[in-house]
Design a protein. Structure first.
Length: 109
């Protein structure tokens, strides 16, 4: 599950940064300066990255055996600027607790 957590954390940060760029830079440029180049460039990238975020969040939640309500809350966190960073910390804490609770399997090399 630790690999799924790393993937989730990485994409959560990327989606959060891209969403902030879109909202803080792109939207003011579009509506105040009538220049939509940032929105037209970053918008589709954010859409694609958000789909990757959803897959990573679902994968982590499935491995941790979380409830449907928790899964939906995690997935929605990527839609609100700045909330994705807070949610990433909360999800990381939950996942680390789940990793500690996992039965340890012995592997021989």
């Amino acid at each position: 599950m630790s690999g799924a957590l790393i993937r989730y954390r990485l994409i959560a940060y990327v989606v959060g940064v891209v969403l902030i760029l879109l909202m803080v830079v792109g939207m003011p440029m579009k509506y105040l300066f009538h220049d939509a180049i940032v929105v037209e460039t970053i918008g589709p990238a954010h859409g694609f990255l958000y789909m990757v975020y959803l897959v990573a969040a679902f994968d982590l939640a499935r491995r941790a055996n979380w409830s449907l309500g928790r899964i939906v809350a995690i997935m929605l966190a990527g839609t609100v600027p700045f909330v994705s960073f807070w949610a990433e910390r909360v999800v990381t804490r939950w996942a680390q607790q789940a990793i500690k609770a996992e039965p340890q399997t012995a592997t021989t090399g």
